[in-house]
Design a protein around this ligand. Sequence first.
Ligand code: UD1
Ligand code: MG
Length: 523
Amino acid sequence: MQASGECDSARAVSEQRALGAIVLAAGLGTRMRSARAKVLHELGGVPLLHYPLAAVGALDPSRVVVVVGHQADAARAAAEASGVRGIRSVLQAEQRGTGHAARCALPALDGFTGDVLVLYGDSPLVLPTTLRRLVETHRTGEADLTLLTVRFEDPTGYGRIVRDPDGRVRGIVEERDATAAERAITEINPGFYCVRAEVLRPLLAALRDDNAQREYYLTDIVGLAAARGHTVLTVEVEQPDEVAGINSRVELARMEAKLRAQTVERLMAAGVTFEDPETAYVGPEVEIGADTVIGPNVTLRGRTRIGSGCRLDGTAWLVDATLGDRVHLLFGCWVEKAEIGPDAIVGPFARLREGSRLAERVHIGNFVETKKAVIGAGTKANHLTYLGDCEVGPDSNVGAGTITCNYDGFKKHRTRIGARVQIGSDTQLVAPVTVADDAYVGAGTTVTRDVPAGALAVSRTPVKFVEGWVGRFRARNGAAAPDAVTPPQRRRIKPRAAVAKPRKVGRRHRALAKSKAARRRGR
Ligand code: UD1
Ligand code: MG
């Protein structure tokens, strides 16, 4: 840590001083070449903006102001979805620089006295401990303004920290405004500041846009503070990755790879096996129990929780999924907002959609889709089935090709299947409908009424046989018929030419003959 400026020892540090925060998230991010605001691009499956907000949130500030601009509604929604308490969004209608953005936040800090953390929404990996160190240094050093600095081997793109010969900070110079000598400086500004509220306001008011980009630079508050004799302190960060910003898609992809590697290594250290760590796409909030084995090409996102002793064979997509212990997910499964109980077996190629809850030992097999399906312990649905908006009791068996017909074009209707029920293959359950405990449904049945407990429901058209049809059909089409389907011997039919032309006996002839006979009888 290095300090510069006057030190006013008379000013007591109050532990009770309030903490506020400003997070700048209004920029488009021109270098992303995107129609989407930069802070909405995702890292580990969550918007970039979540990360700095979560880090700030860990310090429990009394006010957090997020400055939004591009795609303001979506950015506001993303800020709220971060779950950090006390967030207020303010609009920077026109993006006139980071200093201007911070100015836009001031009305939301009206009446606030204390320290204000100011940071950017595009620096996702900062740790709460580092922010705490920044605030503590600021307070114990009785500073007016304290900022993080870091040394980058390649400082390209970052503002450089300019110091006087005694090592005191004189200011920050942006790359575009820097001289060749300043560009050679490797100590850079990662963009994390802690400033006394009463100092921040006049500093922001004094900013000017007389620079290469014609913008109001937030970074200029550092030079202004130093020039006005305020106490300016710096805290040097050892880990450059932690405070790196994202300005382009290449940087985003590199950060993604780093974050993923960190997460996977943390999980491996906690006892999880990754068969191919390179293709494990694991979000930062995912939790996995010890002795679980994760196969290749698996994406785990959101608040996914996986128990211990599980096995994910590979090629799986899980978002906000909960898996109990010893679950086996066979190859190629898709699970979103669904729960799988302990010892369940799912897949290959199963799709469990939101609201699906599988109890312990459930088997869900290939090409089975579930949605809002609550399935009891030990129940099986192993093949080609759709279970939507339904409850199935324990120890039931749902045959291949079963479909809950839950949607009438307007509403979704529920199907209730009891315990120990056998649903035959190719059954349609036209909801709302109930199949009570211990009932059987015959294969090929369309269930349109409630089935009583212990009853057999069956709806079938009788099967009829047309003997020898195949052989005749093949013969008609010029195919040789194998013995098994040779047409059975029929009455020999003479060739057409040899057959005497049958007399035409139509209705008129018959009527005529009848009346003749009657006349004869009458004679
Ligand atoms: C900024 C710093 C630079 C620092 C770097 C660290 C300035 C002038 N420069 O540069 O010294 O080394 O971050 O990553 O501050 N934003 C707004 N409104 C605006 C402009 C930007 O809200 O009008 C937001 C952006 O959404 C972004 C953040 O401010 O989250 C930083 O903006 P960006 O354009 O990325 O600044 P850098 O060029 O990276
Ligand atoms: Mg940036």
